[in-house]
Design a protein around this ligand. Structure first.
Ligand code: SDX
Length: 436
């Protein structure tokens, strides 16, 4: 069903002074309806104004639905809790890309296609030599992901559906390999090649933590935890980095360049960089007795400090991913033999105090997906600087699925927002000798 052509289209009326205009209202299958204002400027000579797009739908999508009030997250209609519990990451990738869960034959074919694209061109490894060893892995990823477009010219023609799917598979397959290379480079260890006999997440752990000198057997509990973490982070509607990918793609940029733009946006501490920032915050707090001091700072409008891993533009209830993340955190700590993690103790107490504090209750601030992920990833052996890289590996399928949906949308056009201009009006050039 097309939301924009139903027979029972309602209208919204806008009145300014003694003038009024009507605009169509479209209803989705679930969630808020939208007012189509695409003709507003033509009819009224005015723009809408919505910094941060808090009330703006940038597109129509069938991929992911979030109900922020209820704490619901659906990938193609399937609840994140069920996918995280009963599915695996590559099955979720298929679901996000194709719209339905794969049958056994489709799953086997998709896994094979991804598996046989996990290697990167051997010359990609030369890029790493140009970086300092202490370069942030997200800087390396942003550079190397963009550089992929210099190697795979046979999948950059976005008008060709086959090339779009090949580029999609390549991105999903090669991100873990590049991420592992970024990690290995930062610790001065040799790169490990992917192994086709391992599943996606086991293979990623192998590329990160194996060394050529001895056999490496991935821990199945940690591999399952990694796979579940990838599922939780796979897509999330029109978040900042996905909107970046869509906007970059709307100009016709090749998919590798668009994903590199997504990496750059995700890196920000208010977005995908929050897991790294949350762990640093927990370490700075150090012990539960210092929590009141940080809660006070988080509530102080004059203090820029915020509780990292808390709050969300959409979730005004518990982020459903955070609950699954917390459970995974306990599983991983138990598996690696950490019976007492001071950071987890601070995190649990901070959550308890914040959720009972009037400020956080009134502003509907809850832990988000980034709150427990840092503790979990640290326990798995990843350095803090790799946390956002892991988020980027997972989110690549969401970015590429949303990019594909945009390219395949017949109504798609280049994104070009306008502005409220409050700068100087026209004035003539002032020669140097006349300036004060
Ligand atoms: C991700 O968009 C997505 O879907 C993102 C993501 C995904 O999967 O793609 O879910 C991943 O990015 C999760 C969010 C990770 N970021 C953080 O944990 C950083 C800390 N959180 C905040 O920076 C903030 O909550 C945001 C950026 C996440 C959301 O900010 P909004 O929607 O712009 O809300 P806001 O900043 O206007 O906050 C509303 C109020 C403000 O107070 P007032 O100005 O109204 O008085 O709540 C306060 C804020 O000061 N507030 C916080 C807070 N977050 C918001 N106060 C203390 N600590 C916080 N963490």
């Amino acid at each position: 069903m097309d939301a924009k052509t139903g027979s029972n289209i309602k209208t919204a009326t806008l009145s300014v002074g003694d003038q009024s205009w009507s605009f169509p209202v479209y209803e989705g299958t679930v969630g808020p309806s939208v007012i189509d204002i695409s003709k507003l400027y033509g009819q009224t000579g005015m723009f809408t104004y919505d910094p941060g797009f808090t009330s703006t739908a940038s597109c129509e999508s069938k991929i992911t639905y979030i109900d922020g009030e209820e704490g619901v997250l659906l990938y193609r209609g399937y609840p994140i809790e069920q996918l995280a519990e009963r599915g695996d990451f590559l099955e979720t990738c298929y679901l996000l890309l194709y719209g339905d869960l794969p049958n056994a034959a489709q799953k086997q074919d998709f896994v094979k296609r991804v598996t046989y694209h996990t290697m990167v061109h051997e010359q990609m490894s030369r890029f790493f030599q140009g970086f300092r060893r202490d370069a942030h892995p997200m800087a390396i990823m942003t550079g190397c992901v963009g550089a992929l477009s210099a190697f795979y010219h046979d999948s950059t023609d976005i008008s060709d559906p086959h090339q779009r799917m090949v580029a999609s598979i390549r991105m999903i397959a090669k991100m873990p390999t590049l991420a592992a290379m970024a990690y290995k480079y930062s610790v001065g260890q040799p790169f490990m090649y992917p192994k086709n006999n391992l599943d996606y997440s086991s293979n990623f752990l192998q590329m990160c933590f194996a060394v050529p000198c001895e056999e490496y057997k991935p821990n199945p509990v940690l591999a399952r935890a990694m796979d579940r973490i990838f599922i939780l982070h796979a897509d999330h509607e029109q978040n900042a980095s996905t909107s970046t990918v869509r906007l970059a793609g709307s100009s016709g940029a090749n998919p590798f360049a668009c994903i590199a733009a997504g990496c750059a946006s995700l890196w920000g501490p208010a977005h995908g960089g929050a897991n790294e920032a949350a762990l640093k915050m927990l370490a700075e707090i150090g012990t539960p007795d210092r929590i009141p001091e940080f809660i006070k700072r988080a509530k102080d409008p004059k203090d820029p400090f915020r509780l990292m891993g808390f709050g969300h533009r959409v979730y005004k209830n518990y982020d459903p991913r955070a609950k699954i993340m917390q459970r995974t955190c306990h599983e991983v700590l138990q598996e690696v033999g950490i019976t007492h993690d001071p950071l987890l103790e601070v995190a649990m107490e901070l959550e308890r105090v914040a959720l009972n504090d009037e400020y956080f209750i009134e502003k509907k601030l809850y832990p988000n997906v980034d709150y427990y992920s840092g503790i979990t990833l640290k326990a798995m052996g990843f350095p803090t600087s790799m946390f956002t890289v892991l988020f980027a590996v997972a989110r690549t399928v969401g970015w590429i699925a949303q990019w594909k949906e945009m390219i395949e949308d017949p109504s798609q056009k280049i994104g070009r927002p306008r502005q409220l201009y409050t700068g100087a009006t026209r004035r003539d050039y002032v020669p140097m000798e006349s300036r004060k």
